[in-house]
Design a protein around this ligand. Structure first.
Ligand code: PLP
Length: 352
């Protein structure tokens, strides 16, 4: 089978990319001889410590699972009982793209979905949902989850997160962060990971490795370690405890110790800005959301989008109704320019 070359790169998803060299070589590094199974190994210890250093928090609990759906679902399940509910945005991955896994793994905790224009939850929306029903017939709100950056490519500022966590404290809600692209948010804000998470009131973070350049794997970080009680059993029961754990954990050493996580995210974000800057003045085409991270969403007439597909470009339109382009750690900037030129051409054709 033919491998896709740089000149064929598509930007339909940041998951189209392969494994970055740093993650790959860390896996190779861990592939020497035998090591204890199920996470009782040197590499898993060292990568957990990398997170404790990165977040400047010695007492956080770190777990590694295979993917983001499991990370979110198991983290949320650990924050609530089955009769509780979870407040999220209508764009939230847990609502739109996890096939009911959060409800399944929490034995039925209901998702309470806030209508948002752009995917961002607000303290006002949280308060409205949490205060709407207080009677015993309605599942009791217990958790708020925000996605950082959002599914629409927006980044919550540290102040916005603090305002949300204040509302959570007031309403006795816990705060979970879906950080499938957490690195892109850090790159965008240029702030310390601690400032955006536990110092701003986040209880649990799912930190995405896959979209950041790893083969597979997400880390779940409990800043409040009491919430992590028996989480290892929960992972095992869900089929998420890797026996050869070192290959799930070691790549993080390659990503975190070298700063690659941030380098990769900065590259992806700059590819998105590069596309946006070349098309924002076009007729017939509008950016649906400000470009804060590695996503660009375009609103354009169907004729323009189908023309773009005919030119060979792949993209999804099921999120927000526009065309989504998503950039990865190895996005070719020349290829981004080709896409920009093609969008320009299609937009002008669409005008006639
Ligand atoms: C990709 C993604 C996930 C994880 O998805 P998996 O396919 O289960 O790894 C979670 N949340 C968001 C916002 C995502 O974009």
């Amino acid at each position: 089978m033919k491998l896709v070359s740089v000149s064929d790169q598509q930007f339909a998803s940041d998951n189209y990319a392969g494994i970055c060299p740093e993650a790959w070589s860390a896996m190779e590094m861990a592939n020497s001889g035998h090591a204890a199974a199920y996470g009782n190994d040197y590499w898993t210890q060292r990568s957990s410590d990398c997170f404790r250093t990165l977040f400047n928090k010695e007492d956080c609990e770190v777990f590694f699972v295979f993917n983001g759906t499991a990370a979110n679902s198991l983290a949320l399940a650990s924050l609530c009982q089955s009769y509780h509910s979870v407040i999220c945005s209508d764009f939230a991955h847990i609502e739109t793209d996890e096939c009911g896994a959060p409800e399944f793994f929490s034995n039925g905790s209901k998702l309470l979905v806030a209508n948002t224009r752009d995917g961002k939850l607000t303290p006002a929306a949280i308060r409205e949902i949490a205060n709407k029903r207080k009677d015993i017939h309605f599942p009791k709100p217990r958790v708020v989850t925000i996605t950082q950056p959002t599914e629409t490519g927006l980044v919550y500022t540290v102040d916005e997160i603090k305002a949300i966590s204040e509302a959570c404290r007031e309403l006795n809600l816990r705060l979970h962060m879906d950080g499938a692209r957490f690195a892109n948010a850090c790159a965008s804000l240029g702030c310390e990971p601690a400032d955006m998470t536990w110092k701003a009131g986040v209880d649990v973070l799912c930190f995405g490795g896959t979209k950041n350049g790893m083969a597979v794997g997400e880390a779940i970080i409990f800043f409040n370690r009491e919430l992590a009680e028996d989480f290892d059993y929960r992972c095992k029961q869900a089929g998420q405890l890797a026996s050869k754990m070192r290959f799930l954990s070691a790549p993080w050493i390659g990503m975190l110790e070298s700063g690659t996580w941030l380098k990769n995210a900065n590259h992806a974000n700059s590819a998105a800005r590069r596309l946006a800057s070349q098309i924002e003045d076009l007729p017939n085409v509008a950016l649906m959301f400000p470009v804060n991270a590695n996503a660009v969403f375009l609103e354009a007439p169907e004729a323009v989008l189908s023309h773009l597909r005919e030119k060979g470009w792949n993209f999804y339109t099921f999120i927000g109704g526009g065309a989504r382009f998503m950039f990865s750690w190895d996005a070719s900037l020349e290829r981004v320019d080709v896409l920009a030129a093609d969008i320009r051409e299609c937009a002008l054709v669409g005008q006639v």
